[in-house]
Design a protein around this ligand. Structure first.
Ligand SMILES: [Zn+2]
Length: 99
């Protein structure tokens, strides 16, 4: 089991420009259920009115359960500023600190 991996990356300049739609510049997590990634992520909830807040999956799971679909939970969230249910969620990896 001794594969050489370095050969794979060398032609990236050509290959990547052809397939640039597939690869996103920054790593984005895809979360379907709250339990995805073991809850090790942070949600940024943005409302139509521009109000943003961050939420932890644990907080949402307390309301809907870790088995709930993120999209469903987000739909039910009400903006604390305008009262509408028009939030969209962005997922980012949890920032880990030492200790
Ligand atoms: Zn709002």
């Amino acid at each position: 089991m001794a594969y050489t991996v370095s050969a794979n990356a060398s032609n990236c300049m050509d290959a990547c420009s052809l397939r640039s739609r597939q690869s996103s510049p920054r790593p984005m997590l895809t979360v379907v259920r709250l339990s995805d990634h073991f809850g090790q992520y942070v949600l940024t909830l943005k409302c139509e009115c521009g109000h943003t807040r961050t939420a932890q999956p644990q907080t949402l799971a307390a309301l809907a359960g870790f088995d709930a679909l993120l999209a469903d939970v987000v739909k039910r969230l009400r903006c604390s500023q305008c009262g509408r249910r028009r939030c969209s969620a962005t997922v980012r990896p949890e920032n880990k600190r030492d200790g």
